[in-house]
Design a protein around this ligand. Structure first.
Ligand code: FES
Length: 164
């Protein structure tokens, strides 16, 4: 019985755990933390500790993973996360200007969420779409060759979707 996770999530974590030999439980941490985050929305400390308990690994190992990768959210985030790549190709092609535009349009800084809970801005490392820099990830989509106009259209579209 878990106060944090549903039976389905627990089963999914157990399935990930079984993919590895007993002494390699930490290998399931990436997947288990993703599953926990998908269910809870973000990863508070107590949930990270819970995931470590489920896998039978020291909590410090779970914290190391959760705090290293930008895909894990340690605090509540917006419904839509603009994850703008700030690595070299994107940087050379204007990711700074894209980030500045986003911050100005949404009135928040990097790592912050709008008051209506709709948008969060994140700066992330290379997402492997360098030839179409600058780019960002939004949910499970990559949005490439970013321009301020593209950003504006996207924000307007996402706001409209909420109003429907
Ligand atoms: S540098 Fe931005 S996707 Fe690779």
């Amino acid at each position: 019985m878990s106060t944090w996770l549903s039976e389905a999530a627990l089963e999914e974590i157990a399935r990930e755990r079984r993919k590895y030999p007993p002494e390699q439980a930490r290998s399931a941490l990436l997947a288990a933390l993703r599953i926990a985050q998908e269910e809870h929305g973000y990863l508070p400390e107590a949930l990270i500790e819970h995931v470590a308990d489920l896998l039978g690994v020291p909590a410090i190992q779970a914290f190391e993973v959760a705090t290293f990768y930008t895909m894990y959210d340690l605090q509540p985030v917006g419904k839509h996360q603009f994850c703008v790549c700030g690595s070299v190709s994107c940087f050379l092609n204007g990711s700074d200007a894209i980030l500045a535009h986003l911050q100005q349009r949404l009135g928040i800084g990097i790592g912050e969420t709008t008051a209506d809970g709709l948008f969060t801005i994140k700066e992330v490392e290379c997402l492997g779409a360098c030839k179409d820099a600058p780019m960002m990830q939004l949910g499970d989509r990559y949005i490439e060759n970013l321009t301020p106009e593209k950003i504006d259209a996207l924000i307007a579209q996402l706001r409209q979707e909420v109003q429907r």
